[in-house]
Design a binder for this molecule. Sequence first.
Ligand code: AVI
Length: 320
Amino acid sequence: MSTHLADTCLAPSAPPESFARGLIEGLGQTPKEIPCKYFYDQEGSALFDAICALPEYYQTRTEVALLRRHAGEIATAIGPDAEIVEFGAGALRKVRILLDALDAPRGYTPIDISGAYLREVVRLLAADYPALAMHPLAADFTLPLQLPPLSGATHRAGFFPGSTIGNFRPNAAMAMLRRMREMLNGGGLLVGVDLVKDPQILHAAYNDAAGVTAAFNKNLLARANRELGAGFDLDAFAHYAPYNPQSQRVEMYLVSQKRQSVTVGGQCISFAAGEAVHTEDSHKYTIESFREMTARAGFLPRAVWTDADRLFAIHWLESR
Ligand code: AVI
């Protein structure tokens, strides 16, 4: 569910009713975890928007600049009369750049778990693109799903910006790419991916000076307090987000600062002092490692656009 409608960054989330179940299940495991899809309630989406504007979080501004700079080439790669399928229907700012550059785009199919969010996306875009046929799909794009037959467009092109793919483990990311390829039925995929880089830059991006990422991480506990009446003391948990240069991912944790017990949905959950709850992985790829993964998923990796500092890459993948 992407409940926040600011024109910056949004990410896929999960229906609220599943939060209690997912939280209790994850905290019952050893080691403890909370799936990152639960970050994005209204508060979490607003915090994520704030992250996207942080000086340390280079990803959003770099991707937007790449889209702007290479919009013409991207439009040529996609071709005229296309229907754009956006996986996760997030940042309107990004899809607008694409739609403005394309030659006669025929349709837009945003896929998001939140029907309410989709309605708002469609309302906002329909005003500016009256000729574009809107086919919103309220669904979880990480699961198999079938798109309705094409109408008006000659082909589909997928759009998956924001390096959301990095929040999936590589095997899951590859399986998802395979499903996307099948769904697109011969159409290509434009995907934004954060690059492997100097660990200090990555560390700063997930440990910002203003503490917004820490608040975003702790929002999982705040959300449990709001929605489930859980008794988390936010000060009794610390945000910890190291970059692991061997596994090439930022790992995010909430670390219990003392021995404590919290009641969540009627269940008592105990934390040892120093015990960590794993909340997110953000995998980074080199241009080559990402191309290799997409080729194994059945795509033909074509053009790649990257910035001079090699912070971020946008890949154009054709279907075999
Ligand atoms: C949504 N996703 C790509 C973000 C990332 O960078 O992995 C989520 C995020 N987590 C902490 N900061 C931003």
